[in-house]
Design a binder for this molecule. Structure first.
Ligand code: 26Q
Length: 820
């Protein structure tokens, strides 16, 4: 290039109100083809998004160049889910443009809040695991860690939940309907991903090698998203893959003259990235799901190896250059894929390839539930990925040799540790553990239980592989954006800087003793409740009374999380009043908020949703309660709603059976926003309680060892119902049809499941839970003392910033260089 403009670095528009207005109008006119006077809300939103993008692009291009030239080790985060939440506000905040944009839009007669509300969030995840990935890419960018997030651009994200007659109905989430202004499609950087076919050996100049002759392939087209760091001038990349038909596929079928078949084939290819599977446990071995996993992982590895890595790169040095972090087992097929690339394509010998591969992967486990551990049948794997199955067999053979060397001919142990089970299924968690350099759990207790239970024999053999990284959440989204008033109060007290150094919240401890600060803190909470009231009124017609304790349980519906325990508490309070044992006027007024989606195939979870709504409509309309108990269950709980609900909460319900919730991350968001937790000793609750202190946390229920003990002794839930009069009354009331117009059959499965099975020991923890709730009521009666506790929760939970989690990953797993 010779033109001076072409030689200059890419320039951002001027960061002034005038500059912003000019860029915005340019986008409105040139990109949307409309004048301001005739622009729709979608036009202005799209033009606004494009404008914010324009400010970030120069930085982004610079960082991409730096990434390519940088010799430092990079992190490739592989995740099948990214639950991003809305982008506009986050990107304004990160680029420091919020005020300028607000003024600029106002000058154009546009209210920025209307623009915020216009965005449909990309719901490309189920819950905790997907949201964690989104928090991590935020922190990676904020800490200037060279990194790329890889994932899938599902055309339909997590379903939209509506209620009909109190039952969950799933609607497609057409988040792309208006187009997504935050993405950049790059068809020229597409990768080809192949499937099925057979393997063969061939003579490669005297060396006998294996190769894969696939039967069909699809095109993986990347869509790049900007991930800006918080006001640090860094912009990382999130690369999400979309499946399209390959040209070859098209031509072959079109030329055969079968036009309809050719179009059908296109649809077949596009199916791969069509929809996010809405199950977040008990995965079914669905072929399409395996196709999705291999699709994004193969495209990502090819992208890294051919587009990011320099052409002449010496593969022996790969471990110094990259680490692939596996977000649960969903991307584990990357391990045999890397082996295939190194051995079959790059012609390394097996041992060299294996040494490299082992150093380039690390695995994060997110569960303890045995039914949630992913397995793929040998038949399916062999059909879809025949070469990968061969590679897995060889990895397993060599691994079992090492087990034999170490432990002798202990056949039981060999069967137990085999990656391929006797049921002819590949245990993906075992493959990940054997292949990776590290295995981490997501909270202290979880990591300990992984070592002692789920992966015990692997820990015996390779203890150095196991480590913990306690989860965290991004304070940018979950404090600064979700709770601007609290953020302002904190900044007024501490000055700036705490958002990227969250341990500084400690300095708030002394403010907890200041009556003026407590009053200010309490009025922030009150304002947040009113803000939530406005949102819920408009959204669903629910009211949140100012004087009610706001008691919140928001998370996926799962039996182990025990929404039914919360429900039994509500039914107990209700029963006390209608039976006349307690006067309504003696109740602490409370509003119970639920938010939960159930996997569409999870019948019990769906029935519990129905029951929550049924109890709600009875409780909310019974005049005997004098309006002192309300149950509010807004449908379609998502990141956007979380950002409204969490800052308003007084009480955070974290009531899973001890030993079942790997970590939880909602628990952290609530504490950081000044809610007190009622919770079991489970997941990260343990660490929250240690940090905030017993006086500021309502602990109840069995500990994990107590759970084990009761289970071993033979758990009989009926005995607990016998022993607690109120528990029996509550169960009877549900069973009597009191919440189903007298129909006893509607909720009978829920009641009899609790009475006769109760895998998650709801009844065993009921008495202790009710007693803890009574401590909550008593504590809330002294509002000022409660506020003090709430402030201490904020002050002492800075540990749960995802920045700290990422630093732990760097120190314990990635060993990447600190930022320049
Ligand atoms: C797997 C195979 C087939 C279909 C679906 C799946 C699948 C999808 C999503 C399995 C699991 C998930 C999601 C799991 C999840 O969200 N786990 C949560 O991860 C959080 C972040 O670490 C923890 O805080 C939670 O404790 C854990 O439940």
């Amino acid at each position: 290039a010779t033109h001076p403009l072409a030689l200059a670095p890419v320039a951002s528009p001027p960061a002034t109100v005038d500059g912003f207005v000019r860029e915005f109008l340019l986008n409105l006119n040139m990109e949307r083809g409309v004048a301001l006077s005739s622009a729709t809300e979608t036009d202005t939103y799209m033009a606004l998004a494009a404008t914010v993008r324009d400010y970030l692009v120069a930085r982004w291009l610079e960082d991409q160049r730096r990434q390519r030239e940088d010799q430092r080790k990079a992190v490739c985060y592989l995740s099948a889910e990214y639950l991003l939440g809305r982008q506009l506000d986050n990107n304004l905040l990160a680029s420091g443009l919020t005020e300028i944009a607000t003024e600029a839009l106002a000058a154009c007669g546009i209210d920025i809040d209307t623009m915020r509300a216009h965005e449909v969030e990309p719901g490309l995840g189920n819950g905790g695991l997907g949201r964690l990935a989104a928090c991590f890419v935020d922190s990676l960018a904020t800490l200037s860690v060279p990194s790329i997030g890889y994932g899938i651009r599902y055309e339909y994200g997590i379903f939209r939940q509506v209620f009909r007659g109190g039952e969950q109905i799933e609607k497609p989430d057409a988040w792309l309907a208006l187009g997504s202004p935050w993405e950049f499609r790059h068809p020229e950087s597409a990768q080809t991903v192949s499937f099925a076919g057979h393997t063969e050996t061939y003579d490669d100049d005297g060396v006998i090698r294996s190769r894969w002759v696939p039967a069909w392939s699809v095109r993986a087209v990347p869509y790049n998203y900007m991930v800006p760091g918080y006001q640090n001038g860094r912009v990382n990349t999130l690369r999400l893959w979309s499946a399209e038909a390959t040209k070859a596929f098209d031509l072959r079928t079109f030329n055969s003259g079968d036009y309809v078949e050719a179009v059908r084939a296109q649809t077949f290819a596009e199916n791969i990235s069509k929809v996010l599977y809405p199950e977040d446990s008990t995965p079914q071995g669905k072929e399409l799901r395996l196709q999705q996993q291999y699709f994004f992982v193969a495209a990502s590895i090819a992208d890294y190896m051919t587009k990011v890595l320099p052409e002449d790169f010496d593969l022996e040095d790969l471990p110094e250059r990259v680490i692939f972090q596996l977000n649960d087992t969903h991307p584990v097929i990357a391990v045999p894929e890397m082996m295939r690339v190194l051995v079959d394509e790059r012609k390394l010998d097996w041992d060299a390839a294996w040494a490299i591969t082992q150093k380039c992967f690390a695995y994060t486990c997110h569960t303890l539930l045995p039914e949630a551990l992913e397995v793929w049948s040998v038949d399916l794997l062999g059909r879809l990925l025949p070469r990968h199955l061969e590679i897995i067999y060889r990895i397993n053979d060599e691994f079992l040799l090492r087990v034999r060397e170490r432990f002798g001919d202990d056949e039981q142990r060999l069967r137990d540790m085999s990656i391929v089970s006797e049921q002819r299924a590949v245990r993906m968690a075992y493959l990940a553990t054997v292949a990776g350099s590290k295995v981490n759990g997501v909270a202290e207790l979880h990591s300990q239980l992984l070592r002692e239970r789920v992966l015990h024999q692997f820990d015996e053999m390779m203890p150095e592989k196991f480590t913990n990284v306690t989860n965290g959440v991004t304070p940018r989204r979950f404090m600064r954006l979700a709770n601007p008033d609290l953020s302002e109060l904190i900044t007024a007290a501490l000055g700036t800087g705490w958002l990227t150094d969250l341990e500084r919240l400690r300095e708030l401890e002394s403010y907890a003793e200041d009556p003026d600060f407590r009053a200010a803190f309490a009025s922030v909470k009150a304002a947040n409740k009113r803000r939530l009231n406005d949102v819920l009124m408009k959204r669903d017609g629910f009211e949140i009374a100012d004087d009610h304790l706001l008691d919140v349980m928001v998370k996926r519906l799962h039996e182990y999380k025990r929404q039914t325990l919360k429900l039994l508490h509500i039914v107990t309070l209700y029963e006390r009043v209608v039976s006349g044992r307690v006067a309504a006027s003696d109740l602490q007024p409370r509003t119970f908020i639920f938010g939960a989606k159930a996997a569409p195939g999870y019948a019990m979870a769906k029935r519990v949703i129905h029951l929550i709504n049924a109890v709600g409509s009875v409780v909310n309309n019974d005049p005997r309660l004098e309006g002192r108990l309300k149950v509010v269950f807004p449908p379609n709980y998502n990141v956007t709603l979380a950002e409204r609900v969490i800052p308003a909460a007084d009480l955070s319900e974290q009531i899973s059976l001890a030993g079942k919730e790997a970590s939880g991350t909602g628990n952290m968001k609530f504490a950081l926003n000044g809610a007190l937790t009622i919770g079991t000793d489970d997941g990260a609750n343990v660490e929250i309680r240690e940090l905030v202190g017993d006086d500021n946390f309502f602990l109840f229920g069995m500990s994990e060892p107590e759970v084990e003990e009761l289970w071993a002794a033979g758990y009989r839930p009926g005995e607990f119902a016998q022993a607690d009069d109120e528990l029996r009354r509550a169960l009877d009331l549900i069973g009597s049809g009191a919440f189903s117009d007298g129909d006893r059959s509607t909720f009978e499965p829920v009641v009899s499941n609790l009475m006769y099975d109760d895998r998650f020991m709801v009844l065993a923890d009921y008495t202790s839970y009710i007693a803890a709730q009574e401590r909550v009521d008593a504590a809330y009666a002294d509002r000022d003392a409660w506020t003090r506790s709430a402030i201490l929760n904020v002050a002492r939970t800075g540990f749960f910033s995802s920045d700290r989690s990422i630093r732990d990953y760097i120190d314990r797993i990635w060993h990447t260089q600190p930022a320049r």
